[in-house]
Design a protein around this ligand. Structure first.
Ligand SMILES: [Zn+2]
Length: 257
């Protein structure tokens, strides 16, 4: 990305969800949630919003608890929002809730219900493969969906081999389910990440390692030659949709609220 230092979430995710080189714009890598200088990129140029503006059906498939949604909609809530939830907020469409997840309309971030159960939801454990198949099925009703998973990052920070092994098994099962259900003639999946971490448990920090991008399906070979950096991913998707990318976007002051 052309900026010294270890990659971080706020800048990496903004690049992934908007196509702008967020670390370069800020001159540094920013951890945690996007601050006022990055939020306008997500609120005005989130890939979900741009696709919606051009008549496409696009959504974040993650589900959220009522408590989380109340928190992010509170007066100070903007500061507590991840890049992905800002990208969805930019569409002005509602977020999926836990009720949506239970009804089969969306996905939850833990892939197996282990985290939901720890929060007190009386749900059975589910094989992550089932949720992978569900993602591929749900995605057919949309032109574009995002699903975010971050327990890989948590496991990497924990430096726990056992936790990392468990989380990798969840991801493996989830991807296996997607691969089984996805129709490669009609659907394309891009598996991407905002930074390295889990691949090196000798450190509790993110790593400077290049990250893998996995492509499969209809547009995989077209996308392959276009993606070298995180911010290339939305740009390559816009090319598939024959949409222009606004290279010269600069947020207006009012968007810095
Ligand atoms: Zn992290």
């Amino acid at each position: 990305m052309g900026v010294e230092g270890l990659p971080q979430s706020a800048t990496g995710q903004t690049a992934l969800f908007t196509g702008y080189n967020a670390p370069k714009i800020l001159g540094r890598h920013m951890t945690g949630f996007p601050t006022a200088s990055l939020r306008p990129y997500l609120l005005e140029k989130s890939i979900l919003r741009i696709l919606k503006e051009h008549g496409y059906k696009a959504t974040l498939l993650n589900s959220y608890s009522k408590e989380y949604l109340e928190k992010i909609n509170s007066p100070r809530g903007m500061r507590l929002q991840s890049a992905s939830s800002l990208a969805q907020k930019a569409t002005q469409d509602p977020f999926f809730t836990i009720e949506d997840y239970i009804a089969g309309r969306s996905l939850y971030m833990d892939l197996t219900n282990w985290f939901l159960r720890a929060q007190g939801y009386k749900l059975p454990m589910v094989n992550p493969k089932i949720n992978g198949r569900k993602l591929a099925k749900l995605a057919r009703a949309y032109d574009f969906v995002i699903f975010e998973y971050f327990f890989t990052d948590k496991a990497g920070h924990s430096q726990s081999f056992a936790a990392s092994k468990r989380i990798i098994a969840h991801i493996d099962g989830f991807l296996e389910g997607i691969w089984e259900e996805l129709d490669p003639q009609l659907q394309t999946i891009i598996v991407a990440t905002d930074h390295g971490n889990l691949e090196d448990l000798s450190t509790n920090l993110h790593t400077p390692n290049p990250v893998a991008t996995i492509l499969y399906g209809e547009f995989a070979s077209k996308l392959h030659s276009k993606i070298a950096k995180l911010y290339d991913i939305p740009r390559a998707i816009y090319e598939i949709f024959s949409l222009p990318f606004d290279e010269n976007f600069f947020p207006q002051k009012k968007a810095f609220l």
